[in-house]
Design a binder for this molecule. Structure first.
Ligand SMILES: *Cc1c(COP(=O)(O)O)cnc(C)c1O
Length: 374
């Protein structure tokens, strides 16, 4: 039996709750389970409003609509991230401005942001890579000086902290993912976290096909009509029921992920530092969300040999993120080799180890043995 890179978590209550949702007769969005998930996340993040969405990608699209991103506006973001971080804004005609990663956390290098700000800059989008916080105090200060909004793509950061504050509570908006590869999931899903109450009403409208349906259901208007642009960003109650079965045991999920992360880190450190291999760096003032465990190999060749070495031992490891500035679209926006050296190095050299809650202890030991025998 080979060891997969990921196996989606199951708490065991998912199907009971889905049945309950089905029997309740309310299967479209915003029923009881959606409300429970939203309330949990609002409490956890100390946020004004959380709205479940169909994906993190869609929550990012909602952010771009809420910020009124127009053609020609510039969006500052890291090159080393998933395509959705950029696509949601380019979909509105904006121009991405890619920033290199810090060499240690691989997060956006905050010291490179200010020099890229122009009169066209509209927003800064940050990604807490692997669940470790970006340097938010610095980034928020830069944004404030220039009157810019900060959006957190918090797909990997839920349950992580920066200086005691939850990741996802720091930007004007944060976007969550409940894709099957994330710490808690419902197959495909997400949430928009709104930390400035001024945006709540318009977000409800955008999420409900550009109608004032939410206000109508609250009895605040007597008819429900088309009032703005919008789309369909509500997940079905079936998915919210599945998600609730995971959120209600999130503490246990996180405790288990921490254990897996720490065993990797403890067992691999010596071997890694003796072989010039990088491991995740968590600054003193950050608490990780334990989203992944990765290694940064000395070269692309070493990375490919390492993946083959694990594959020969029945273990699946995965690399990711071609730097966005060197993707087909990124190069059309002017991206060139050498623009973001740390991001390019991560694209070539980073590899992620299997990481999922049902990873058995013996399997975990077997992976560690395979790693340190490379
Ligand atoms: C997973 C992920 C996304 C996309 O999430 P979906 O819910 O699949 O849209 C976006 N950004 C980052 C950083 C991610 O890790």
């Amino acid at each position: 039996m080979s060891v997969p890179f990921n196996f989606p978590y199951l708490s065991g209550r998912e199907f009971d709750y889905m049945q309950e949702a089905a029997k309740s007769g309310h299967l479209s969005g915003d029923g009881e389970f959606t409300k429970r998930c939203n309330a949990y996340l609002e409490r956890m993040l100390g946020s004004k409003k959380v709205m479940l969405t169909t994906s993190c990608t869609h929550a990012l699209e909602m952010s771009a609509l809420l910020l009124d991103v127009k053609p020609g506006d510039e969006i500052i973001l890291p090159s080393f991230t998933f395509v959705s971080t950029v696509n949601a804004f380019v979909l509105r005609g904006s121009v991405p401005v890619f920033i290199d990663s810090r060499p240690d956390t691989l997060n956006i290098d905050e010291r490179l942001i200010e020099e890229k700000i122009t009169p066209k800059t509209k927003a800064i989008v940050v990604v807490h890579y692997g669940g470790v916080g970006c340097e938010m105090d610095y980034i928020l200060a830069v944004a404030k000086r220039h009157g810019l909004s900060v959006v957190e793509d918090n797909a990997q950061g839920l349950f992580g902290y920066y200086k005691g504050r939850p990741l996802g509570s720091l930007g004007i908006f944060a976007t969550q993912s409940f894709h099957e590869t994330k710490n808690v999931h419902c197959g495909e899903g997400g949430a928009l976290v709104i930390n400035d109450p001024a945006y709540v009403e318009r977000a409800e409208i955008i999420r409900e096909k550009g109608t004032n349906r939410s206000r109508f259901f609250r009895g605040q208007v007597d008819k429900y009509t088309w009032v703005d642009v919008g789309s369909s960003y509500l997940p079905s109650e079936l998915l919210a029921a599945y998600l609730w079965a995971q959120l209600e045991v999130a503490d246990a999920i996180q405790a288990r992920r921490r254990e897996i992360w720490e065993l990797y880190d403890f067992s691999i450190q010596n071997w890694a530092s003796g072989n010039s291999i990088g491991t995740p760096f968590v600054p003193e003032h950050c608490q990780s969300a334990y989203h992944m465990y990765y290694l940064v190999m000395p070269s692309l060749e070493a990375r490919q040999e390492f993946i083959a070495h694990l594959k020969d031992r029945g273990i699946q490891a995965a690399f990711h993120y071609q730097s966005l500035h060197l993707s087909d679209v990124g190069m059309q926006f002017g991206g060139r080799v050498g623009d973001c050296p740390n991001a390019e190095r991560a694209s070539d050299c980073l590899v992620r180890l299997p990481f999922f809650n049902s990873l058995a202890r013996e399997t975990h030991e077997k992976i560690i043995q395979a790693v340190v025998s490379f």
